[in-house]
Design a protein around this ligand. Structure first.
Ligand code: SDX
Length: 434
């Protein structure tokens, strides 16, 4: 990656009686940044920002979010335009390479990904070590982490060719590994990928085909899932992407870094929210129960939160949630599902929350996870597979951000500091003196 940091101003920072003159870099879009790399050297003070609410961890050209306006751009293209007009592998190419592919570039990329979708036959042995009722995210963390044991020829992160092979392997094998995790939970046999199917149709078939009969692909459902994957592909320096970057900054191989990202995404405050949001809608059960849950969500003493609501960056409607809600109606219409009770609860919950002073004042809007659960369940996936699907799509963003970090001339091993407020220095106390 070529660094494009351009100084536009200087910030004076005075602490402990010392003033540091710090460069300010101008962004293409969004906030400029104060470069504090020399702050400690001049002032012997650190900044303090748990959760990184005001801290840019890196320079990136991949994704931009305007949280106040509810805008999400992948390499400058608005997410709703990509979801409407593009498809999974074209957006994957865009995130990785920075430009939409020509016909020839697209053909080469598709061929490479398609011909990496099979996994080593011995990888299957990892699945039989899990209980059948193991959460599929636990399986994903384990199996993806194990990939580096099979691909010694693409773990040298300093070799651009090996990086490209590892990137293509990771994107291509995630659907196969995810489908195998689902099949394992059902007791049905694994289904091999097919080279004559597009990325998302291949995944649907690996999940739902059985050897006893031909599987009939439903193009409307495959198209909806492809759109859902595009929405989930990347999102700046969220918790799991930052985990991948931090793991990669030590030189760990890309497969291990992606496994770390999967582990971080699993949390209910992050990618696990789609599973938690559907469980919440089922717990609420009917529209008349909504006021009780809204009351609980506002009660500081109650740990309950509206899953699928609120966001660290979006203080407006998550643009992905708008596309997600449309896809939800398309899928339910295509399946002729007329009275989905959970959709009724979701839409009424959204209406009430958006009119409620608490949510308005705290700028809490539905996020991508609010409608995805209803849609994914209608597509035939069990609730515990929802975050696996999120991880399948986000692997593209993770691996694109990992490569950008490796190629960043300013890249260093990530090593945050702290403010220490523990016991002052003291001498050892013998037992008889305690
Ligand atoms: C994803 O970062 C990303 O980009 C993530 C993601 C991606 O694509 O990678 O977009 C994917 O993770 C989406 C978010 C999914 N998580 C959920 O839906 C879980 C429910 N949401 C919350 O846990 C929360 O909103 C977070 C974790 C998403 C954001 O938390 P923040 O930014 O740390 O905000 P906060 O927790 O400090 O909340 C601010 C205030 C608090 O009240 P006060 O302490 O200021 O009085 O809003 C309240 C919170 O109590 N609040 C909620 C709420 N979310 C925040 N109150 C009720 N219900 C909620 N959902």
């Amino acid at each position: 990656m070529k660094s494009d940091l351009k100084q536009s101003d200087t910030a004076s920072f005075t602490v402990n009686g010392v003033t540091a003159e710090l460069p300010v870099f101008k962004a293409t879009h969004g906030p400029d940044v104060v470069d504090i790399r020399a702050l400690y050297k001049h002032t012997k003070a650190f900044t303090f920002d748990p959760g990184y609410t005001s801290t840019a961890s890196c320079e990136s050209k991949i994704t931009f979010i305007d949280g106040d306006e509810g805008v999400l751009l992948y390499r400058g293209y608005p997410i709703d335009q990509l979801a409407e007009n593009s498809d999974f592998l074209e957006v994957a190419y865009l995130l990785l390479n920075g430009e939409l592919p020509s016909k020839a570039e697209r053909q080469r990329f598709d061929t490479s990904i398609t011909h990496h979708t099979m996994v080593h036959e011995q990888l299957k042995n990892f699945y039989s070590g899990f209980r059948r009722d193991a959460h599929p995210m636990a399986i994903m963390v384990g199996v993806v982490g194990a990939l580096s044991a099979f691909y010694h020829d693409s773990t040298d992160i300093n070799d651009p060719y090996q990086r490209r092979v590892a990137i293509h392997r990771m994107i291509a094998k995630m659907p196969t590994i995810a489908a195998m995790a689902y099949k394992y939970s059902t007791g049905q046999p694994f289904v091999f990928p097919r080279n004559d199917l597009d990325f998302t149709s291949n995944f649907m078939r690996m999940c739902f085909a059985v050897p006893a009969e031909e599987y009939a692909l439903n193009p409307v459902l495959c198209d909806a899932l492809d759109k859902i994957f595009i929405l989930h592909m990347d999102h700046e320096q969220n918790a799991s992407t930052s985990t991948v970057r931090l793991a990669g900054s030590s030189g760990a191989n890309p497969f291990a870094c992606i496994a770390a990202g999967i582990a971080s995404l699993w949390g209910p405050a992050h990618g696990g929210a789609n599973e938690a949001a559907l469980n919440m809608l089922e717990e609420i059960g009917s529209v008349d129960k909504i006021p009780d849950y809204i009351k609980r969500a506002k009660d500081k003493d109650d740990p309950f939160r509206l899953m699928g609501f609120g966001h660290r960056v979006y203080k407006n409607y998550d643009p992905r949630a708008k596309v997600m809600r449309k896809a939800c109606h398309e899928v339910l219409d295509a399946l002729n599902v007329k009275d989905e009770p959970l959709l009724e609860v979701a839409m009424e919950l959204e209406r009430i929350a958006l009119e409620d002073e608490y949510f308005i004042e705290k700028k809490l809007y539905p996020n991508i996870d609010f409608y995805s659960g209803i849609t994914l369940r209608a597509l035939g996936f069990p609730t515990d597979m929802f975050t696996v699907l999120f991880a399948l799509a986000r692997t593209v963003g993770w691996i694109a951000q990992w490569r950008e970090m490796i190629e960043d001339p300013n890249q260093k091993i990530g090593r945050p500091r702290q403010i220490y407020t523990g016991a002052p220095k003291r001498d050892y106390l013998e037992l008889e003196d305690r």
